[in-house]
Design a protein around this ligand. Sequence first.
Ligand code: AMP
Length: 426
Amino acid sequence: MAYIAPRGTVDILPGKSEQWIKLEQLLRTISANYNVKEMRTPIFEHTELFNRAVGDTTDVVSKEMYTFEDKKGRSITLRPEGTAGIARSYVENKMYALPEKLQKVYYMGPMFRYERPQNGRQRQFHQYGVEMLGVESPYVDVECMLMAITVVEALGLKDVKLHLNSLGDEESRDAYRAALQEHFKDCLDDLCYDCKQRFEKNPLRILDCKVDKNHPAMKNAPKTIDYLSEKAKAHFTKVCELLDDLEVEYEIDTNLVRGLDYYSHTVFEIISDDPKLGAGATVGGGGRYNGLVEELGGPATPGVGFAFGMERLLIALGDEDQDEEGLDVYLMPLGAEAKDLAMQIMTMLRANGFTCDMDYCDRGLKGQFKSADRFNAHFSLILGESEVENEVVNIKCNHTREQNVVKLENIVEFIENHYEGGHEHE
Ligand code: AMP
């Protein structure tokens, strides 16, 4: 029986993992630049958390969760997104009581959704997300958006647009919900089964129905922006003014509602027409979620955040300039005794901070030189019978092709002195 990876999952092999590390490092650098700290929460949580936080009428919760019972019969779910876990942890660890009122955190890691795998859609995928909790200020909304833009700019993504909308506060959403019900009530029979449920429970979710998306009633549906309360309108106006002052380009997209229930006020998406991703690809999105922390049993705490799909960011990063780091030294023993000595030398070199590897396959010189080449080794350290006997090694610099016989006790000094272009090792 041949084992294959479960549908919708991907192995990240050596050769590709370097790109992931590069992306992760870039995201960590940007996070530090914005004074955002990393937070790591469990990959699985109690199912109830997602029902509550993300909302049980969303597609993510109603159709796409990996849910199972553990041995004690508890319902557990592999996290489909990152915000719920962060908000849960924020409450559980009483982060709202910390002296710094605005907590800015990021997370990075795998998420799980039972979706039909297709180009760019996986069942295990990765997200980088940022959450800013504790302060309700349009400045923080803008801080979040600036950060999201910094990410796509750092990746060199072209033709990027910031799409923006406001869902308003509770008051605005009540008025809007009523308007949507009024709008859809006459065509309810034409809509899918799910939409009929949504109509009663959460009419906003009708707008992101994948089945009914081309129904004429979708096109002229009421817009959230026309139902904003005075307070919500003021918040949104300030967000737009700040973006204008910073000369950040954006487009108000009145159809933008986002697929998760916890959003209020500002919602945004970063959409790219870069040919690398295909026209109109959503690279990431986010928004404000003022009710979420309270919903999870914490004190009323405003929050705003965003998440990027890392697979998409990786496509944006591309394969270019993959200057893979080479080894410092590749040790090439010839014969059993040489192998013993090679291992001793290699251990000593590693302890001195050099990256090393050696041949374990008892190959001839030709085969070993091929490996040195594949590993892009700066030096090849050749150990034959005569070298063992004379307590020396033959060091070849693979860049200059220069070869030298060096006494065992002088290896480190020799390598340090002959490192072309310098070596960071001190
Ligand atoms: P969401 O949490 O649904 O707002 O998604 C945020 C981002 O995560 C999206 O814009 C995608 O880039 C990415 N994403 C969501 N679902 C998947 C998936 N199944 N496979 C790959 N990327 C995904």
